[in-house]
Design a protein around this ligand. Sequence first.
Ligand SMILES: Cc1cc2nc3c(=O)[nH]c(=O)nc-3n(C[C@H](O)[C@H](O)[C@H](O)COP(=O)(O)OP(=O)(O)OC[C@H]3O[C@@H](n4cnc5c(N)ncnc54)[C@H](O)[C@@H]3O)c2cc1C
Length: 403
Amino acid sequence: MSTDCDVLIAGAGPVGAALACALAPLPLRVWLVDAAPPPAPEQPDRRALALGLGSGRILHGLGVWPVLADRAAPIRRLEVTEKGWPGVTRMAAVEIGAPALGWVLGDLALQRALLARVADSAVQRHAAAVTALAQGDGMLTVTLNGPNGDTVARTRLLVAADGSDSTVCRLGGLPRQARELPDSALLAQLSTDRPHAGTAHERFAASGPMALLPGAGCGDYTLVWTLPHQRADDLAALPAQHLLPIAQEAFGWRAGKFRGLANPRSVRLRESWLTRATGERVLAIGNAANTLHPIAAQGFNLGLRDVAAAAGLLADAAAGEADPGGAGLLAAYQHTRQADWRQLRQVTDWLPRLFENPSPPLASARGLGLATLDLLAPLKRRLMTHAMGLGGAQNRLQRGAWP
Ligand SMILES: Cc1cc2nc3c(=O)[nH]c(=O)nc-3n(C[C@H](O)[C@H](O)[C@H](O)COP(=O)(O)OP(=O)(O)OC[C@H]3O[C@@H](n4cnc5c(N)ncnc54)[C@H](O)[C@@H]3O)c2cc1C
């Protein structure tokens, strides 16, 4: 068996698996490596992901949307409010003539669908972790540690899709910055007595921002509640019947009466980003490039746009028989992606801070701001377009037409 490939993707999480799907129809030898086993069919999702309309189009282009459409709960409306203050910004899919602003999907359901698609392709999958790199003559030599010990592979491009603690970025010398976050996310399944009709809520409460993402059942939501670490751990340890009234009190009655709460758990939040997402024959995508606070529910959406950009450039390189790890391609990737990365980092940075000061003059100004934004249709439409991942130039995969 040849140990040479054109593109070696390290990490078969949802972002690495999506890139493998995108590259599968191209005339490239592609490897996808991950030491962790793929999620088992019965394994419950770790979290619900809110996907923008733009991500839905990319998943359509990758051929996985038909499998996922039935499980995806549509987000038809979004309401942004602050508890205890009047003022609301409402965004509705009908305002832009779309069927939905986006969808809510389980992370492992998504990863399984992508990996099933990869399994039907010529992409080679290997159960191994990248542990070392060496530059060679127009190739990178990559050490892979698998069940039978170390092997080596040679590749023209190595893609770091290995998550927040990316070994590949470290080995490739990609510079990382990190910000210590005081927050955890408390996640739980909630049921309410009022049909949600596809409404998602982003509610700024005194205890911390709370998101309710609509689920498949008519009153079912996923709760994502940002709290200081200790508070999140303490609440997650409570019996569900004790946590339920605390969550209701914090959120208020905007989504109706909370009737049931299940599977509370707390997750430490992290934030880190690369100041340059490319190195010699290496580029980074997904959490390896940017790990964001989930307040704007954008991490995976951003990672899918990395996939679309990298796949578009690699398709052009393959068509022109150019080097997939060449300096021109790497520079173009960094150039194409950096504005999107910077903007989202800014949003996830200022959004929690904007709502953290409880002083009445500031809170009432925020209420006025939310109410005013609700009336400013053109500005609101622009924000919606960006939040759905439809801002800026869209390449072929982003338009859902691939390869
Ligand atoms: C509470 C919470 C809520 C969120 N909600 C949303 C949301 O609503 N919408 C949204 O868009 N995003 C959301 N996100 C973000 C989203 O979950 C991530 O952006 C996404 O899962 C990142 O996927 P990834 O494939 O880049 O990384 P990962 O899922 O971390 O995958 C990395 C893979 O790399 C493998 N790996 C590690 N080291 C190596 C190595 N050395 N060699 C080979 N493989 C390796 C690992 O085994 C793993 O399989 C949320 C995040 C959190 C924490």
